[in-house]
Design a protein. Structure first.
Length: 420
């Protein structure tokens, strides 16, 4: 392959989405940002929108803004996100954190399947998701056995093993659509179909999918889903998450957290809870208005770009990075920690090295590259199609190569920092 910088620049000249990079705040042109799968960049429009919300809606209009556009923000923005996850209107709401939403939906699912005693997940799932499942099970007096399907190679799931784990005793199947370490992409349609054949419910975590990978929840027949908005949706640190409840389940599924925004008439202030119809019943307390409206700018940008173009560029970026890893880094002891098959990977690439943690430190401290590290040896490189360029990819791999040639990683301790 052509591993020159000139070739990377030629790819950028052909990129139909290249112009979107200018719509993000970039304070340092030399800094190579490879962590959009953890925290997306700041859209320029977000700064203006937040100022308008703070000064006009909060500052000038004060509490009147609840009646103007705040009260419906959770479902209005939810429907915009719904367009990215293949959900018809009225099935997605912005609410709380991913973890809290997962708890709500997992409990709702388990209550809907009282006679079953197994939860199926996998070793790829985000640990917080596993903790939630353990907590739900404890609240239900350890009714269920949580079966964690292992991975043979730490990169790809064994689909046959996953399908075999789902049986007539399974209450809930819950997996990350794109797994956080390797970027492996599940065949969600096949998993969902198997679960329904066995009478189980399915809950997908879309945190590493939404905004980068096509998702069609209604087409899959998914029951529930959750996802965060601060990765590829560029909603900002700690931005509220979203949840999806299939319309067919909205009449019977019930959140375990009963709050006034989930009541049928919040401002009636009745003393007894009456769950609202539809997706609103999964809201709880007063929603975080500033962060919900700030997040909307990133969602609007993605809607304008379109998921088909985003996915096409994501495949091109990750494929190009894998080629560069083979050409420039394999000789330095790196191995690929991500599926080579584009149909089975999301929008980040993991490269593995025994010194991955110290290499990560050297990149951040000396080379002006911002990736992240995931145990035990994964250097994770997130490629956000809206603003990551092909030259960014080339620079990231080249700077990793320099760190290895010059041995810069040896300057750093193996002791892990609090945040990696």
């Amino acid at each position: 392959m052509d591993s020159s910088r000139a070739y990377a620049r030629s790819l950028d000249r052909q990129d139909a989405l290249a112009g979107y990079r200018e719509q993000f705040f970039i304070s340092n042109d030399d800094m190579v940002y490879m962590d959009g799968n953890s925290l997306g960049r700041l859209p320029r429009d977000t700064m203006q929108r937040v100022q308008q919300v703070v000064e006009q809606q909060w500052g000038a209009n004060l509490i009147r803004s609840w009646g103007d556009n705040w009260f419906e923000a959770a479902t209005r923005v939810g429907d915009k996100i719904g367009a990215f996850v293949g959900a018809a209107p009225g099935q997605v709401a912005v609410s709380d954190s991913t973890t809290v939403n997962l708890f709500k939906l997992a409990m709702a699912a388990l209550i809907l399947r009282p006679g079953r005693s197994k939860i199926v997940t996998d070793a790829f799932n985000f640990p917080s998701d596993l903790y939630v499942l353990q907590g739900c099970n404890r609240l239900l007096n350890d009714r269920c056995r949580i079966q964690v399907v292992p991975s043979g190679d730490g990169i790809s799931a064994d689909l046959d093993n996953t399908l075999a784990a789902i049986d007539e005793d399974t209450a809930l199947v819950t997996l990350s659509h794109v797994v956080f370490k390797s970027g492996y992409l599940y065949d969600a349609a096949v998993i969902t179909r198997r679960a329904h054949e066995q009478g189980a419910l399915v809950l997908w975590d879309l945190s590493h999918s939404v905004g980068a990978v096509p998702v069609v929840l209604d087409e899959w027949g998914a029951d529930f889903a959750v996802g965060c908005t601060y990765k590829y949706l560029n909603g900002g640190p700690g931005a509220p998450a979203f949840l999806y409840v299939n319309r067919a389940l909205q009449g019977e599924a019930l959140s375990p957290i009963w709050g006034w925004f989930g009541d049928t008439a919040p401002f009636a202030f009745d003393l007894d809870y009456r769950p609202a119809d539809g997706i609103r019943r999964f809201l709880a307390g007063t929603p975080p208005i500033l962060s919900t409206l700030a997040m909307e700018s990133g969602v609007d940008l993605l809607a304008e770009a379109g998921i088909a173009r985003l996915r096409a560029k994501s495949i091109a970026l990750t494929g190009y990075m894998i080629d560069l890893v083979d050409a420039l880094l394999a000789a330095h002891g790196f191995s690929l920690g991500t599926p080579r098959d584009a149909a089975r990977r999301g929008s980040h690439v993991s490269v593995r090295h025994p010194e991955g943690y110290r290499i990560n430190r050297a990149l951040i401290e000396e080379m002006n590259v911002l990736p992240d590290f995931r145990e035990p040896d994964n250097l994770r490189l997130g490629l956000a199609p809206l603003y990551t360029s092909f030259e960014d990819v080339w620079q990231a791999v080249e700077r990793i190569r320099v760190v290895m040639v010059e041995g810069r990683y040896r300057r750093y301790p193996t002791t892990r920092a609090a945040v990696t």
